[in-house]
Write a protein that binds this ligand. Structure first.
Ligand code: ADP
Ligand code: MG
Length: 424
């Protein structure tokens, strides 16, 4: 009874941290066990400490045993040399504090595990599932035989009870290690599936996109072609020609803005994140959008522009995000009106408020913002907001939208404030 419940405790000390660990599986991380090494180290250190403090008698009360070698071996195999070194220190300190007979052999054994197992790690990571599991069993099995041999050769301890105790101990430890490895393999497999699902979804969106964009591009291109053919065929008055040029330019602009929307999203690598001054960027955007706003009878009012507000961002994409919001605001006020900009810093958070007086959105529309192809406009692409949302999320920012009757729509962008030192 003693043996069983003690052993079950030990097994629990090993399995529990792994299960806790599983809760940290996050999408998007490439190698979960590498990216969470610290977590792995802390949890397995806990396993070791608990195992060593609650050992169990094995068959007779002469043999007190614990499963500390399991987290050490599994930790070294999946975490690598640094994790292994740290776990060794934890186990050795624990063993010294516990004291008593056999401390020297135990620490020697732990040292051997801590040094030898990480050497096997690269080969281990290349193995097939079944080979991996077998290797874990063998490593765990033979690491215990070292205790026996070191005792015999270095300290002249006799080898007794080889079959009825030691062999069972070795098998016992081997099986628990396999159990731990199986759990970890399972977690890694889930992580892999999650990541490939995400990648698949992204590819799916991008290919949808490509189809949509090429389809959308056909309209303006056909328009341009038609006008040019007309001008080739007939002699038009200068006035008429200018009118055609105007239309052609408009079509080209439509195509351009579509490509802009598309490219920012489709570009797989993320540009450089630098500390930028929000004031400067907003001023830049005002310059770019000024003529467009004027021609639509829109007055852009800057309420306040905090000079100190700085955020970490990719300049190009930040522009794109702001331009998309301002453009929508302008488009929401077909009969003209005012567009307000307000930039402020509060508690290490930069807020950029962009408000229009245009047609408001329903709750349902607000919820759908950022969804690809969601557009209520006849000539809309429904890509602008999606790009804006994805860009701002990548910059650790948040978007709050409030749209109320008679007040228009307010977009509030919140970013963590950056320190000024590296501003460019
Ligand atoms: P598009 O502008 O091509 O329609 P967006 O992704 O930029 O696509 O916007 C999606 C939809 O969100 C718009 O069609 C519009 O219905 C709504 N919307 C976005 N911004 C505003 C706003 N400021 N006021 C009212 N509706 C808006
Ligand atoms: Mg838009």
């Amino acid at each position: 009874m003693e043996t069983a419940s003690g052993m079950i405790n030990n097994i629990f000390f090993i399995i529990f941290p792994i299960i806790v660990y599983q809760m940290f599986v996050t999408a998007g991380k490439r190698n979960f066990f590498v990216s969470h090494r610290t977590m792995l180290t802390i949890l397995f250190s806990l396993s070791i400490i608990l195992c060593m403090n609650f050992p169990y008698e094995f068959i007779t009360n002469d043999y007190i045993f614990d499963l500390r070698q399991v987290p050490m071996i599994v930790g070294a195999l999946y975490g690598g040399p640094y994790v292994s070194a740290f776990l060794f220190v934890v186990a050795a300190v624990c063993r010294i504090l516990i004291g008593g007979e056999g401390t020297d052999i135990a620490i020697l054994n732990q040292l051997l595990i801590a040094v030898a197992v990480p050497l096997l790690q690269p080969a281990f990571m290349q193995m097939q599932w079944a080979t991996k599991i077998l290797s874990v069993f063998l490593i765990s099995f033979f690491s215990l035989s070292f205790n026996l041999l070191a005792g015999y050769f270095l300290f002249d301890h006799p080898i007794d009870r080889l079959y009825d105790i030691w062999l069972l101990l070795m098998i016992n430890q081997g099986i628990v290690s396999v159990l731990a490895a199986l759990l970890i393999e399972h977690i890694m497999r889930q992580e892999y599936l999650l990541n490939s699902l995400l990648k698949h979804e992204k590819m799916d969106t991008v290919s949808h996109f490509a189809a949509a964009v090429s389809h959308e591009l056909r309209n303006p291109i056909q328009g341009i072609k038609g006008f040019i053919q007309l001008m080739q065929r007939y002699e038009y008055s200068r006035e008429k020609q200018l009118e055609f040029h105007e239309t052609i330019l408009k079509e080209i602009q439509a195509a351009e803005s579509l490509i802009d929307d598309y490219l920012v999203y489709a570009k797989p690598s993320y540009g450089q994140m630098v500390c930028i001054s929000v004031k400067r960027e907003v001023e830049h955007i005002l310059k770019v959008l000024g003529p467009y706003a004027l021609s639509n009878n829109i007055n852009i009012v800057v309420k306040s522009l905090d000079k100190e507000a700085c955020i970490m961002a990719d300049r190009q994409k930040f522009h794109q995000a702001l331009v998309n919001i301002v453009r929508n605001g302008i488009e929401a006020m077909p009969t003209g009106g005012k567009f307000y900009i307000n930039v402020a810093t509060h508690n290490a958070e930069v807020s950029i408020e962009l408000a229009d007086e245009g047609c408001r959105m329903t709750k349902e529309e607000v919820q759908r913002l950022g969804e690809p192809y969601f557009s209520t406009k006849t000539k809309g692409t429904g890509l602008g907001m999606m790009v804006t949302y994805s860009v701002i999320r990548q910059m650790d920012g948040h978007i709050k939208v409030s749209s109320a009757k008679g007040k228009g729509t307010v977009f509030t962008l919140l970013f963590p404030a950056a320190t000024r030192t590296t501003t460019r």
